[in-house]
Design a protein around this ligand. Structure first.
Ligand SMILES: [Zn+2]
Length: 250
């Protein structure tokens, strides 16, 4: 696979023609959230958008995946994420002072559950890399294909009740979806990707990913069923989060 550009229509995962649009947020989650709330704030890294329905244009990535990779191939990842989403929605409050928990609470004895969840997040983050016109790092593709880790990456779960509580105060259920990303260089015309970080948050729980071509990192939350849940403020790239905060407070 050669360097991709924004005009390329090849699937970042398998290289076939990209003829499918992945949801930035899972369609079933959006539908469920619309049942409880007349509208929904979506934050996908540009500016917060108020959605009028789960099929709104703003919730789709451009063509960066093929139909096969976006359906059958990633179905187990989508299913693992659905279980995770339900688990959070059913008891967000219990995470407030929780520093660690076991993935077995969600997936019982399914050892693939945490790995599939990690791959759901990575599919979303890779779609963001591709939609910004960069080639997805080979390590990420290998991880999607079954590799245990990504040597130059971290993928961690965190908790952040600040936004959740703010939504609760204005009468919402507090299960917001929010995403953000930063990349270096800023534009693909400046060269290949050398660093990328991104977040995807469901209510008070989020996944933080960072990858740096020059730094050996390594921890991926799915390598152990016992998961540490750190406060977002204790983790790297606070500006990724703080910037979001500022905009939501405007
Ligand atoms: Zn594909």
């Amino acid at each position: 696979m050669g360097a991709s550009s924004s005009e390329d229509r090849s699937c970042w995962w398998c290289g076939q023609l990209a003829d499918s649009k992945e949801h930035r947020f899972k369609a079933s989650d959006l539908r469920r959230m619309f049942q409880d709330s007349p509208s929904l704030w979506l934050d996908a890294g540009e500016r917060p958008t108020r959605l009028q329905g789960p099929g709104a244009k703003a919730v789709l990535f451009p063509h960066v995946l093929c139909r096969d990779c976006n359906s059958a191939r990633s179905q187990p990842f989508d299913d693992a994420y659905s279980a995770f989403f339900t688990f959070i929605c059913e008891g967000a409050e219990r995470f407030r002072d929780l520093a660690e928990f076991s993935m077995e609470e969600i997936y019982s004895s399914d050892a693939e559950g945490p790995r599939n969840l990690a791959r759901y997040f990575m599919k979303n983050f890779a779609c963001r890399i591709a939609s910004r016109g960069f080639e997805v790092p080979q390590q990420v593709i290998e991880f999607m294909n079954g590799a245990e880790g990504m040597p130059n990456a971290c993928l961690l779960l965190y908790r952040d009740f600040a936004l959740h509580d703010r939504f609760r105060r204005i009468g919402d259920h507090g299960i917001l979806l929010y995403a953000n990303a930063m990349n270096s260089p800023t534009e693909p015309s400046e060269g290949p990707l050398i660093a990328f970080c991104a977040e995807l948050q469901v209510g008070p729980i989020g996944a933080l990913f960072f990858w740096d071509v020059d730094t050996v990192l390594g921890p991926i939350f799915s390598t152990d069923p016992w998961v540490y849940l750190r406060d977002r403020l204790e983790l790297p790239y606070p500006e990724l989060h703080a910037e979001q905060w500022g905009r939501l407070h405007e």
